[in-house]
Design a protein around this ligand. Structure first.
Ligand SMILES: NC(=O)c1ccc[n+]([C@@H]2O[C@H](COP(=O)([O-])OP(=O)(O)OC[C@H]3O[C@@H](n4cnc5c(N)ncnc54)[C@H](OP(=O)(O)O)[C@@H]3O)[C@@H](O)[C@H]2O)c1
Length: 68
């Protein structure tokens, strides 16, 4: 399953990335900084930059799920 996680570096997001990737799911984690990008990668996810208050950036980051 392909999963998009907003807030991927938060308390919930970090745990979700780990739990989903160890079960073989493909996880895209929304991030806002280079530091967060490294965190998502280290947990096994694929980081994509977006801001939740910027609809265009969010659509672009999540939309790529359908067109890998
Ligand atoms: N933890 C709980 O037990 C719990 C329980 C019930 C509900 N919730 C709700 O679930 C949500 C996540 O909780 P959490 O504990 O994981 O929160 P958290 O640890 O504070 O993490 C927040 C996450 O959201 C990201 N974020 C914040 N503003 C953003 C924006 N404008 N655009 C993009 N990303 C943004 C942060 O990214 P950066 O790293 O870039 O700042 C971070 O990854 C919250 O709404 C919280 O109220 C949490």
């Amino acid at each position: 399953m392909k999963v998009f996680i907003a807030g991927a570096t938060g308390v919930l997001g970090r745990r979700l990335i780990r739990q989903l990737t160890v079960r073989g799911h493909s996880v895209v984690g929304q991030v806002r900084s280079a530091r967060s990008e490294s965190i998502v990668q280290a947990l096994g996810g694929n980081p994509r930059h977006a801001d939740l208050f910027d609809a265009e950036s969010l659509a672009k980051a999540s939309g790529r799920l359908r067109h890998p």
